[in-house]
Write a protein that binds this ligand. Structure first.
Ligand SMILES: *Cc1c(COP(=O)(O)O)cnc(C)c1O
Length: 457
């Protein structure tokens, strides 16, 4: 039985246009084109109101990692809602789903993590971290240490603090961000650089821009560095091998806290449980969200290492922070069911040893297309760069909007990928079969041919 009354596509589009403000959307543009109404989903496919079947190469928004239509997850939510649909974890209370999930997270995370603070989203997790980091240094008797270093073109969410941590210039411009005490350094984006350095040299230079910033701000004032193991929204920027070891060295040398934003990379996306496992870093915080529930219900959290948690527990008194939905019982029950699927079906290992290498090889071969300047993928997280000239790697003029042209073609071909400028992004569900991987690549290539025709015509 459908939960929502069925209307015609046109009716939905009209109501949407009249009443609904969308996230990250140019409404004037949307209102001309009308929204695409997605009505149902199964496995790795979504279906729109016209009945078109689209292979979801983005796992929703980087989150539906175990795929759509998982009865086990749905039943866990329904059973928990019947038992206890809501209760809070304030005022010396707890409930079984939040406790069980907290204990389960300890099993799958690196050894320094034994405690978790629950939130409702990735943004809330990063807001929580700003407060925890500053509280930690206050309690350590170093209240000067309040500055957090992040990177240009990072994405850490859209609340005021999370957007400040992020390095997205258009976001900063619209609302007077960043807030004080957050500064930005270079990203390790080789293709986006002038390419005068080798990738490893560029990785070292980007890491050392953190050290330069520490010296500029004053080492006694720097609290933490935050980075996504692989930048997601910024364009699936896979750092050169030299980058993370050097970042870790710098954090250790100056004693500053390392925050590994695992909202996309957490729970298997790179073929390891966390990006920190993949790049062998030792973070003090790991914010997570998205894949923890495969998006079936909203849930986020902050994994807090013993170094910080011991101090907060011992010395903070009441840490005056929390959300009504911190550790929501149904969301926690969904996360438990989802993590059990990851474990039982060995989906993380499957990305490392099986479907990951399979899709990576085919994705890399897209670089043969004359429109592609670079194709890269780690785990099941990839991108390719559209270029005007494959020899010089010259990009299209911004006015051409090549990324948008490609996105329209690929959607019409029945594949959902995302365009970040002229960088085309892919992050399919972990359950993608070989046949579905072949379909994904075929459709991506068809859309490249069509884009080439459109841009030449
Ligand atoms: C999506 C994302 C966030 C924000 O998560 P929300 O749940 O949308 O608030 C934070 N960090 C990273 C790396 C993300 O990709």
């Amino acid at each position: 039985m459908a939960a929502i009354e069925k209307r015609s596509r046109e009716d939905w589009q009209e109501l949407d246009r009249e009443h609904h403000l969308h996230p990250f959307t140019d409404h004037k543009d949307l209102h001309q084109k009308r929204s695409r109404i997605i009505t149902r989903a199964e496995g790795v496919y979504i279906y729109d109101a016209d009945g078109s079947k689209i292979l979801d190469g983005m796992s929703g928004l980087w989150c539906v990692n175990t795929g759509y239509g998982r009865d086990e997850i749905i039943d866990a939510a329904a059973a928990q809602m019947r038992e206890l649909p809501y209760y809070n974890n304030f005022f010396q209370c707890a409930h079984p789903p939040s406790i069980e999930l907290a204990a389960m997270l300890k099993e799958v995370t690196p050894p320094q993590f034994n405690r978790v603070f629950f939130t409702g989203s990735g943004s809330e997790s990063n807001d929580t971290i700003v407060r925890m980091v500053r509280t930690y240094w206050d309690l350590m008797g170093q209240p000067e240490r309040h500055t957090i270093i992040s990177r240009y073109n990072a994405y850490h969410g859209s609340t005021v603090a999370a957007a400040s941590l992020g390095g997205m210039k258009p976001m900063h411009k619209q609302s007077g961000l960043p807030i004080p005490g957050i500064v930005h350094v270079d990203q390790p984006y080789w293709f986006g650089s002038d390419r005068s350095l080798s990738p490893d040299e560029l990785g070292l230079a980007a890491a050392r821009s953190i050290e330069d910033k520490i010296k500029e701000v004053g080492p006694e004032k720097v609290a933490a560095f935050i980075g996504e193991p692989v930048q997601g929204a910024g364009g699936v920027i896979i750092p050169p091998d030299s980058y993370w070891p050097e970042v870790q060295r710098i954090c250790d040398e100056y004693g500053i806290l390392l925050i590994s934003d695992e909202v996309i990379t957490g729970f298997g996306r790179l073929g390891e449980w966390f990006g920190a496992d993949y790049f062998v870093t030792k973070p003090d915080f790991m914010p997570f969200a998205k894949g923890v529930t495969s998006g079936y219900l909203p849930l986020g959290g902050v994994l807090v290492s013993d170094r910080v948690a011991d101090v907060l527990v011992e010395k903070a008194g009441e840490f005056a922070h929390g959300y009504t939905y911190s550790g929501h019982p149904a969301a926690c029950a969904v996360a438990i069911a989802n993590l059990k699927i990851l474990q039982r079906e060995n989906l993380v290992e499957r990305i490392r040893d099986d479907i990951g290498p399979y899709l990576q090889a085919k994705w890399a071969a897209l670089a043969e297309h004359p429109l592609v300047g670079e194709a890269r993928m780690v785990g099941l997280m990839g991108a390719f760069e559209l270029v005007k000239d494959q020899e010089s790697l010259e990009r299209f003029d911004e006015k051409v909007g090549a990324g948008g042209v490609y996105r329209d073609h690929v959607t019409a071909a029945g594949l959902c990928l995302r365009a970040s400028g002229d960088t085309i992004i892919c992050a399919p569900p972990f359950t993608l079969s070989y046949a579905e991987a072949d379909e994904l690549i075929d459709k991506a290539r068809i859309a490249l041919d069509l884009t080439q025709k459109s841009l030449k015509g």
